[in-house]
Write a protein that binds this ligand. Structure first.
Ligand code: HEM
Length: 452
């Protein structure tokens, strides 16, 4: 059956909301279910309001592409978190307009495919070391284990060799900031003006002070060419060497902000994609068997390398399907400026427009049997073609994820390295996803390691 024609944005309907609060409580209680309900009951454009703020959920792939493609033009990114601001400063993630363009042009080259290739060996080395420490029958917390692994990789690719105790202090400070950000997004912290002092904010400031001191020390040592200045091929050195079209570098403060952003944006997102992949593979022995069949055939027992990425088709499709069902970034909102349109109709300025990889990726119009984990739906000869932009875990358009290639290569190499040697038998039960900044399981996901 051909999908129904799109609804014009001006005719958008929505559920009745409460005076003043709108749909704040329904959204706050379970935003994932709320978005799915809006999609199913109100179609391609659904009106709702978050407290007094007028909102619109966009569900059709071509409208999602049109919307995200217009961010930095007729839509603008929204500042949601005080903690994020302390952590990443004025980096590419939070900038707008000309400043954003300049920063994006300076940071993007640092994570180009050619550069990612240089980091592949570190990724595999760290994953092999993790597997060396695993034992048959051992119990693990999957999320913690994956986070530990991607954390080590990001610290090594960003700052070069092992930082030793400093690395641990940095990692601990980042963990505090990220924990506080999760708490902020769940609580009243989100609505507190920046000047209100709270215990949580004191904790954030202390953690950020540790990060600042350490990252600036590393920057200074590279600028002065002193001990620990690295070999020039870590991300920090590349950020320092980056030049804009007029030959200007980033200032040391800007380098600090971008380095912390690459770390914060890249570490938990990737570990979460891997965590959900292990969960889904554990529930589908057939999918795991097909994955390991490919690993045995392509790698024949040797560790994977960057060159294997394209050849590991089943591995890539497994991750793609896991990120379809559990997209680490579950929503991307932006605010309409004057002159914004969608589907040829005006969107009132100030409207917060939302799109959600969670609800779009589970839309039966584009994904038959949407909740089933089927990596083979991504095969070239799959019977049902997926429309362009129906899968968008990295966003779309000029503000799309800057580290997508890094993340995809990293996730594939880690999954390949670990799945060659171990199967993870995740404990029975269905984990409930918690939509914070990242979509993580609400409770720790425990598993028993089984050597292959
Ligand atoms: C599975 C892993 C990842 C996922 C799912 C993910 C997802 C996303 C999404 C949805 C956005 C916003 C896109 C938009 O607004 O349209 C984004 C932005 C961004 N991501 Fe990622 N990301 C991942 C890994 C990474 C990695 C590894 C890095 C860095 C090495 C990174 C760096 C960034 C940066 C800097 C931005 C901001 C770009 C801008 O505003 O111009 N991400 N990411």
């Amino acid at each position: 059956m051909a999908p129904a024609a799109p609804t014009p944005v001006l005719d958008a309907s929505g559920p009745p909301g409460l005076p003043l609060f709108g749909h704040l409580f329904a959204f706050g209680r379970d935003p994932l279910a709320f978005f799915v309900r809006l999609r199913d009951e109100h179609g391609d454009f659904a009106r709702w309001s978050l407290g007094p703020y007028r909102s619109l959920l966009v569900s059709r792939p071509e409208h999602i592409a049109e919307f995200l493609g217009a961010v930095e033009d007729t839509f603008e990114v929204i500042d949601i978190s005080w903690t994020l601001k302390q952590l990443v400063g004025d980096s590419v993630l939070r900038s707008r307009g000309a400043e954003w363009r300049r920063k994006r042009s300076l940071v993007q080259p640092v994570v180009r495919p050619r550069q990612v290739r240089a980091y592949a060996a570190t990724m595999v080395e760290c994953a092999s070391a993790q597997a060396d420490g695993w034992r048959d029958g051992q119990r693990i917390d999957v999320q913690a284990e994956m986070a530990d692994l991607t954390q080590r990789i990001v610290v090594r690719t960003l700052f070069g060799g092992d930082l030793g105790d400093d690395g641990r202090a940095l990692g601990a400070a980042m963990a505090v900031a990220q924990r506080e950000m999760r708490a902020e997004l769940r609580g009243v912290g989100l609505f507190l003006p920046g000047w209100v002092p709270t215990v949580r904010r004191r904790r954030v400031r202390a953690a950020v002070a540790v990060i600042d001191a350490e990252v600036h020390r590393l920057i200074d040592s590279r600028l002065n060419g002193g001990a620990g200045s690295g070999h020039g091929d870590d991300l920090l050195s590349r950020l320092l060497a980056s030049r804009d079209t007029e030959g200007r570098p980033l200032s040391p403060k800007e380098v600090r902000d971008e380095a912390v952003t690459l770390w914060a944006a890249g570490h938990e997102t990737t570990s979460t994609a891997l965590t959900w992949s292990w969960y889904l593979l554990s529930r589908s022995p057939e999918a795991f068997a097909r994955l390991t069949e490919e690993l045995d055939l392509v790698l024949d027992g040797r560790p994977p390398a960057y060159e294997d990425y394209e050849r590991l088709v089943r591995t890539r499709h497994t991750l793609k399907e896991a990120m379809r069902l559990y997209p680490p970034v579950w929503t991307v909102p932006a605010r309409a400026r004057a002159g914004a349109t969608l589907g040829g109709a005006p969107v009132p300025a100030g409207t917060t427009v939302w799109c959600s990889p969670w609800s779009a990726h589970r839309d039966p119009r584009w994904f038959p049997d949407p909740t089933a984990f089927r990596p083979e739906r991504w095969d070239d000869d799959a019977p049902h073609a997926v429309p362009e932009h129906a899968w968008f875990p990295f966003g779309v358009g000029q503000r799309a994820c800057l580290g997508a290639r890094f993340a995809l290569v990293e996730a594939a190499l880690l999954l390949a390295t670990l799945a060659q040697r171990f199967r993870l038998a995740v404990d029975p039960g269905e984990p409930v996803p918690r939509p914070g900044i990242i979509l993580q399981p609400t409770e720790p996901l425990h598993a028993t390691l089984r050597a292959r």
